[in-house]
Structure formats: structure tokens, C-alpha cells
Ligand binder design. Structure first.
Ligand SMILES: [Fe+2]
Length: 297
């Protein structure tokens, strides 16, 4: 097993998603990027294909800080938590030396069925009562804080009693979990539901945000979908600048999952984010003169 380079440090600045398409470039060179995020499930070996991918990951992890991002926790479901999955997650985290692990604040199925979608929850006291002990159970099993990402949504529940940002804040307060703030998802949901994305950002507790995501959505005419198959759109870059101003230089990931571009193009997107980040030295730094209006594209 390759030896992990413990000198490589924590993720800081801007990273990109490590996808199998890019493995060879990372195995045979050291593309210039600060850190990498993996989709945990691709390396768990649950589909019988994880072995070789895991070997590549361990070699790549010698040179780059890694963070893990999962899609199967289904923290919001009423099914019991999958303990075997969590056990495998912890083992993967140990062997690749990932700095943290995250998943989504959503449910992906019920009754053992996986719907392969990240479905939103109603924002109610009842949902919080269901979620909090589950988050605590995950944190106890993993031995550290769970980091949860805001998902984009296209529908909302009529019986929601609070806003998404109030719900996230309560969850943080009650469980001590961290947040992965997906700036693209904030924008997509803001347009789809007609709220001001700044209300969302202003409503999130400052200290809880551990990571940002940036991605490209698709415009379906009537609503936006977070397809992660485009460059980041201008209004999301603007909102990212607001997020940097409010939260500081939080490690940022360019998420691109479909119609993957050449690695060089992905690294150019990362360089853009890095450039914006450099403009914001500390929380509450003054706005850059390049600041543009946050609004619909
Ligand atoms: Fe995301």
C-alpha cells in the first residue's frame, strides 16, 4: 500500500472533483490544483469495481489533500442508517487520509429502494426531530462532525414551517454538524422558488461552513436544474463573491459531473475561483470593484 504523505496539509484554496476520466493525468503527472474531492461511492468497492479505482486513488492521495463527498447516506430517510456503508466510509477515509467527509441534506429512498435522486425534506420541527438523532449517530460512528450540503430543489412542501436556511441553522445548533454550502444550489433554488439568495447566505451561521461548491446549472426555461455539466454561470460567480465576503476563504470545489471537460478547462475554472478568493482576505473584507449585481442570468 502506498505511503501517505502526511506533509501535504489540509485542503485550502480551490480544488476540483477527481473523476476516473482524469486518473491517468493525476497518476502520471501532478496537475496544478490545491486539493481533490472524490465521490466516496466510486471507491468503496460496493459494485465490485472499486479495487482498481481505489489503488489509483491511494497513489494520487500521496500528492494531494483529499476530501470525501458521498451520495448514499440518505440522512433524511425513515429507513435505518446503513451501518455497513458507514463502516466502509470510515475505512476509506482512514486509508486515503481524507480531511473530511460530506453528504447531502436529503433523502434518496425509502423501504430499501434507492431513487437515485437527492430529494429535499420538509422544513419542519418534526423533520428536525427525525434528523438530529440520525446526524448524531453518524457523528458518533465516524468520530467527527458530519458535513451536510444544501441540495437544490424544484418543489417545496406546503407544510414547511421555516425557511431552508433557518432549518440548516437549527440543525447546526442542535448537532454541531458542519455545512457544505453549494453556492450553485442556493442560486438554483432561489430562482426556482423566488427567494433572494442573499437571504439564504445571510441566514447561515458563519462558523459552520467548511466547504463551498460551485457548479454549472442548466436552464430549462421554466426552472433551473443543477446538472453540473456546464462552466459556472455569471450570477453564481457573483453570489460566490458574496459568500467569500460573508464567510471568508472557505475551501472551494468546482463540481463537474457530466459532459466532463478536458482537465485543463476544469483547472481554468478553478483558477477563476482562486482569483476571486484572493480578492477576499478575510471575512467582511470590502467588496471587490469587479463585484457585479446578483440577479437572474
Ligand atoms: Fe454540490
Amino acid at each position: 500500500m502506498p505511503r501517505l504523505n502526511t506533509e501535504k496539509g489540509q485542503p485550502a484554496g480551490v480544488g476540483v472533483g477527481l473523476r476516473s476520466k482524469y486518473h491517468q493525468q493525476f497518476l502520471h503527472g501532478t496537475p496544478k490544483i490545491a486539493w481533490l474531492e472524490i465521490v466516496s461511492e466510486n471507491y468503496l468497492g460496493l459494485d465490485g469495481r472499486g479495487g482498481r479505482a481505489r489503488e489509483s486513488l491511494l497513489q494520487i492521495a500521496e500528492h494531494y489533500p483529499i476530501v470525501m463527498h458521498g451520495v448514499s447516506l440518505s440522512i433524511g430517510s425513515v429507513d435505518p442508517l446503513n451501518l455497513e456503508y458507514l463502516h466502509q466510509l470510515r475505512s476509506l477515509k482512514n486509508i486515503c487520509g481524507a480531511a473530511w467527509y460530506s453528504d447531502h441534506l436529503c433523502w434518496t429512498g425509502v423501504g430499501g429502494e434507492n431513487l437515485h435522486d437527492l430529494l429535499p425534506l420538509p422544513y419542519t420541527e418534526e423533520a428536525l426531530g427525525h434528523l438530529c438523532p440520525r446526524v448524531q449517530q453518524v457523528q458518533e460512528l465516524m468520530g467527527e462532525a458530519l458535513i451536510l450540503e444544501n441540495v437544490s430543489s424544484y418543489l417545496s412542501f406546503a407544510h414547511s414551517e421555516m425557511s431552508e436556511w433557518e432549518f440548516l441553522s437549527e440543525l447546526v445548533k442542535r448537532t454541531g454538524c458542519g455545512l457544505l454550502l453549494d453556492v450553485n444550489n442556493v442560486y438554483v433554488s432561489a430562482i426556482n422558488h423566488g427567494f433572494d439568495p442573499m437571504r439564504f447566505l445571510n441566514g447561515i451561521p458563519r462558523g459552520a461552513v467548511r466547504q463551498f461548491h460551485l457548479a454549472g446549472y442548466s436552464d430549462n426555461g421554466t426552472h433551473l436544474v443543477d446538472t453540473h455539466d456546464h462552466p459556472v454561470w455569471p450570477p453564481v460567480w457573483s453570489l460566490y463573491q458574496e459568500a467569500l465576503r460573508l464567510f471568508g476563504r472557505i475551501p472551494t470545489l468546482i463540481e463537474w459531473d457530466d459532459k466532463l471537460p478536458p482537465l485543463e478547462q476544469l483547472l481554468e475554472e478553478a483558477a477563476k475561483a482562486e482569483h476571486l478568493m484572493e480578492t477576499y482576505d478575510s471575512p467582511n473584507a470590502s467588496r471587490a470593484s469587479t463585484m457585479v449585481e446578483v440577479g437572474h442570468h
